[in-house]
Every structure is written in structure tokens, then in C-alpha cells.
Design a protein around this ligand. Structure first.
Ligand SMILES: [Zn+2]
Length: 67
């Protein structure tokens, strides 16, 4: 009977550690694109993250081909 309790305890500890590690991984590697402002290309109207946009003469372009 005591063996069963120990096994259950080990499973529970493993589960808690697994949950903790998953949470740490999420906070250590945040996706930069999530929560970033999305802006539309003035040529093709494609929505892209602000950091990837090309701004020229006050207009926004999604890529060099639109520029
Ligand atoms: Zn475009």
C-alpha cells in the first residue's frame, strides 16, 4: 500500500514539474509577433507586423516587390 502512495506522489511531482517547465518555456521564449501592432501594406493591403514593414515617403509596404 505504501508503494502505491509513493508512486502516486512521484507521478504528482513529475506532473507539477512538467507544468512548471512548460510555463518557463513559454515565458523564456515569447513570440515577438504576438501582441505586435499589425499594419496594412498600402499596395496589396496585406497585414504585416510593424517591425517587418518598409516605410517610405509616409507609406507602408509589406515587401520590396510592393515598394
Ligand atoms: Zn504589399
Amino acid at each position: 500500500m505504501i508503494k502505491l502512495v509513493i508512486v502516486m506522489l512521484l507521478v504528482w511531482v513529475g506532473f507539477v514539474l512538467f507544468k512548471k517547465m512548460r510555463r518557463l518555456n513559454v515565458s523564456n521564449h515569447p513570440d515577438n509577433k504576438i501582441g505586435q501592432k499589425m499594419i496594412a501594406c498600402s499596395v496589396c493591403d496585406t497585414h504585416i507586423p510593424e517591425s517587418e514593414a518598409i516605410v517610405k515617403d509616409g507609406k507602408i509596404y509589406c515587401s520590396k516587390s510592393c515598394l
